[in-house]
Write a protein that binds this ligand. Structure first.
Ligand SMILES: [Zn+2]
Length: 479
C-alpha cells in the first residue's frame, strides 16, 4: 500500500493530507504551499528503539569481583549488556555489540574495497588434506580445533585460510596476469584452541577476523600490494580515532619473509614493543636479539618500550603457498608463472574490545565515534515532574531527526523509563557511552526553548536550540 504524504520544504514536518491546512497555519514558517507531496513507500519503517525494550541485560553487578582473567573492556562489556559468556573464550554478542561490530565490518569493507579487495566467504570446515600438503597440519599443534566426519576423515575449524584460498586459485586454469593483483578477503568466525582464554574478546577461542589474501604477478607488484594494505590498515585505525603503531614482526607459523603488526598501545597488551625515537624504527621485541638495547636501524637512540594489543598482522608470503598448491597464472608471454602472495589479518572482535580498552574509563564506555551502537540517546522528563509536559517535545525531536538527518537513520534511542529521574538515566547513558545525550527538561519549555546536550566524546555539555541541535547532529559521521 502506498500512502500520500506531505513534506514541508523546511523538512521539519511530515503530515498526512487531512492535517495539512491545520499544520500549515500553526507553524509560522510553513505555509500550505511550502508542502510538497510524495508517495511514501510501504517499506516498513523501524520504530525508534526504546531503552526499556532493548535487550541489553547487565551481566555484572556493580562492584562484583571478576578475577584476574578479566580486563577493563570485558568488565565494561559485561556490565553494559554487550556480551554474555557462554563457555571459556566464547561469547554471545548481544544486540548493541552486534550493531557496533556490523559498523566496523562496513568500515573494513570500505577500506578493503578502496584498494581493490573483493569479498568472499570460505568454509570454516577445512579438510586436513590441504593442511597436510602445506605441512601445517603438524605445525599448528594444539591451537587448532580438529574434528572428524562420520567417515573418519580429518578436518579442522580454519584458524586462517592460506591453504584454502590458494587451492581455490590453483583450481582456476584461466587466471591471467591482467586480473592481477587479485585481493580476496572475508570476515568470518575463526577458531583457536587457546590454552587460557582471557580478557573477554581480546583473547577468545571463537572470534571474528578479517583475512585478506593477495596474488600478484611479480615480487615487486606483491610488495606494492603489501604497502597498500598497510596504508589501508592505518587509514582504518585513523578513522576510528585510535592511536596505533606499526612494528616489525615475526612471521611465526604463517611463514614468509616480511611481516608487520599493528598495535594499540595499552597496559593490558601482551606484546612488548620497542620504538626508536630517533629514526622511528619500531619492532615487536620478539624479533630482536635478546638484550639488544640500540636501534638496529640507526644504532644510536635508546628504545622506548610500550605494551601493545595486536589488532592487525601483515605477511609477505612470496611463493611459499602458491608453489605447494601450484597456483599459477598466464603471464604476458602466455607462459605459466607462479603467483606471489601476501596475507593480511585484522582482528574484528579484538579491534572492538581493544578500542573500548584504550578509550574508556573504569566505569564508562567510550566508543570510537563511528562504532557507537547508537549515536544519540534522548531523555524525556520524569513522569510527574514539573517538566513532564515536555514529553511531546522529546517525541517531536525524535521525529525531526528522523525526517531531516539521513546520517542518523536508526541511530537514535529514547530512554522511555520516565519513572526514573533524569539523573539516574543520565548515569546509565554515561556508562553506555552514547556520543550524544539530549536531555529534554524544564529548559525545553521556556520561551526560548533549549535542550541540554551532553557530548560524551568531548565531555562537554552545551545548551542548544532545536535548530542548533539539529545542525550539530547533522555533522555526526556514521558508517
Ligand atoms: Zn633508530
Amino acid at each position: 500500500m502506498e500512502l500520500l504524504m506531505h513534506f514541508c520544504q523546511c523538512k521539519l514536518r511530515t503530515v498526512l493530507p487531512r492535517t495539512l491546512s491545520r499544520v500549515g497555519r500553526r507553524n509560522h514558517h510553513c505555509t500550505p504551499q511550502s508542502f510538497h507531496s510524495v508517495h511514501a513507500s510501504s517499506k516498513p519503517v523501524a520504530p525508534t528503539p526504546l531503552v526499556s525494550r532493548l535487550f541489553q541485560p547487565s551481566n555484572l553487578r556493580e562492584g562484583q569481583e571478576v578475577g584476574d582473567m578479566t580486563c577493563r573492556s570485558q568488565r565494561l562489556m559485561l556490565q553494559a549488556g554487550l556480551i554474555h559468556l557462554s563457555n571459556p573464550g566464547c561469547f554471545y554478542y548481544l544486540p548493541a555489540a552486534l550493531r557496533s561490530m556490523e559498523k566496523l565490518v562496513r568500515l573494513i569493507d570500505e577500506e578493503m574495497q578502496a584498494i581493490g579487495g573483493q569479498k568472499v566467504d570460505m568454509p570454516a570446515l577445512c579438510a586436513a588434506e590441504l593442511w597436510k600438503r602445506s605441512g601445517r597440519w603438524e605445525l599448528m599443534g594444539k591451537e587448532m580445533f580438529r574434528l572428524q566426519d562420520r567417515h573418519n576423515i580429518d578436518y579442522c575449524l580454519g584458524p586462517t585460510h592460506e591453504e584454502a584460498v590458494t587451492e581455490l586459485l590453483a583450481s582456476q586454469s584461466t587466471l591471467s596476469y591482467k586480473q592481477l593483483p587479485l585481493l580476496l578477503y572475508q570476515v568470518t568466525r575463526k577458531f583457536r584452541d587457546e590454552q587460557k582464554p582471557k580478557f573477554g574478546l581480546l583473547r577468545g577461542r571463537e572470534f571474528y577476523m578479517k583475512d585478506m589474501y593477495s596474488f600478484d604477478y611479480s615480487e615487486e607488484a606483491a610488495l606494492h600490494t603489501y604497502q597498500s594494505v598497510c596504508h589501508a590498515y592505518g587509514r582504518l585505525l585513523d578513522r576510528l580515532g585510535l592511536r596505533w603503531v606499526q612494528v616489525q614482526a615475526d612471521t611465526g607459523n604463517i611463514g614468509g619473509t616480511l611481516s608487520h603488526e599493528f598495535h594499540l598501545p595499552a597496559e593490558v597488551g601482551e606484546d612488548r614493543l620497542l620504538m626508536c625515537e630517533n629514526c622511528g624504527f619500531s619492532a615487536n621485541v620478539e624479533t630482536l636479539e635478546a638484550g639488544q638495547t640500540d636501534c638496529p636501524q640507526c644504532h644510536t637512540a635508546p628504545f622506548t618500550e610500550s605494551k601493545g594489543i595486536e589488532v592487525g598482522h601483515t605477511f609477505y608470503l612470496g611463493t611459499k603457498y602458491s608453489q605447494v598448491f601450484n597456483a599459477t597464472f598466464t603471464n604476458a608471454q602466455n607462459k605459466l608463472a607462479m603467483s606471489v602472495m601476501g596475507c593480511f589479518g585484522l582482528g574484528v572482535t579484538r579491534i572492538l574490545a581493544a578500542s573500548l580498552e584504550v578509550l574508556s574509563s573504569e566505569d564508562s564506555i567510550r566508543w570510537p565515534g563511528l562504532l557507537a551502537p547508537y549515536q544519540v540517546c534522548i531523555l524525556p522528563p520524569k513522569k510527574g515532574s514539573k517538566a513532564s509536559e515536555a514529553v511531546h517535545l522529546a517525541e517531536d525531536l525524535v521525529q525531526n531527526i528522523g525526517n531531516i538527518l539521513p546520517n542518523l537513520k536508526g541511530e537514535v534511542v529514547m530512554d522511555d523509563r520516565t519513572q526514573l529521574t533524569i539523573g539516574k538515566r543520565m548515569k546509565d547513558a554515561n556508562r553506555l557511552g552514547y556520543p550524544y545525550v539530549v536531555v529534554v527538561g524544564q529548559k525545553a519549555m521556556e520561551e526560548n526553548p533549549v535542550f541540554e546536550v551532553v557530548c560524551q566524546q568531548s565531555g562537554e555539555t552545551v545548551f542548544l536550540s532545536r535548530d542548533a541541535l539539529l545542525d550539530l547532529l547533522s555533522n555526526v559521521e556514521t558508517v
